[in-house]
Design a protein around this ligand. Structure first.
Ligand SMILES: [Zn+2]
Length: 162
C-alpha cells in the first residue's frame, strides 16, 4: 500500500476535525435510536468530543484531544472511548516524521492514562486506514496496552475480543 503523504494526512485530519453541535448530535442520536441503532462519533478535537459526549453518542472513536472535563462527561453519560492509538513507528506509514510521530505517541499515552484515571469505559478500535508490513493491528495495539496497569490491560484485551 502506498504510504500517506503529509498533505493527505493533514487533509484527513482537517476533515475529521469538523464537528456537529450538541443539538445536531442529539437529533442524530434520537433518529438512530428510533431505528434501533447507536451512534459512534469519530472525534479528533476537544470540541467535537465534548459535543458528542453531551449529545448522547454510544462511543467516541479516536478522542485524541479529550480534556479531563470531557472525559468526565463521557463517563457520566456512559460513552465508550474507542481509542485508535498507534505506535510511533506506525506514524511513519502515515507520512509523519520522527518528531510528529513522537507528538502523536505522547498525546495518545497522555489521553489513555487520563481516561483510565477518570474511569471512562474504553475499548480498542481498529479504525486504521493503513497496513504495516509484518504487523497485525492486534500486535500494534498490544504495544499500547503495556502502558496500562496489568489487570486493566487484561480487561481491555479480553473485552476487545468479544
Ligand atoms: Zn475515524
Amino acid at each position: 500500500m502506498k504510504p500517506r503523504t503529509p498533505t493527505r494526512v493533514l487533509l484527513l485530519l482537517m476533515l475529521l476535525s469538523l464537528c456537529y453541535s450538541v443539538e445536531d448530535i442529539r437529533f442524530i442520536v434520537e433518529e438512530a435510536r428510533a431505528a434501533g441503532l447507536k451512534v459512534a462519533a469519530h472525534c479528533l478535537t476537544e470540541r467535537g468530543a465534548r459535543n458528542a459526549a453531551e449529545g448522547g453518542v454510544a462511543s467516541i472513536e479516536h478522542g485524541l484531544r479529550m480534556s479531563d472535563e470531557t472525559l468526565a462527561v463521557a463517563k457520566r453519560n456512559g460513552v465508550v472511548l474507542v481509542g485508535t492509538d498507534f505506535p510511533e513507528k506506525t506514524a511513519g506509514y502515515l507520512g509523519a516524521g520522527p518528531e510528529v510521530a513522537r507528538v502523536f505517541h505522547t498525546l495518545f499515552l497522555d489521553r489513555l492514562k487520563r481516561a483510565y484515571k477518570v474511569g471512562v469505559t474504553m475499548a480498542y478500535g481498529t479504525d486504521a486506514f493503513f497496513m504495516v508490513p509484518g504487523e497485525t493491528r492486534g500486535a500494534l495495539a498490544l504495544q499500547y496496552l503495556i502502558h496500562m496497569p496489568p489487570l486493566r490491560s487484561f480487561g481491555l484485551f479480553r473485552t476487545s475480543r468479544l
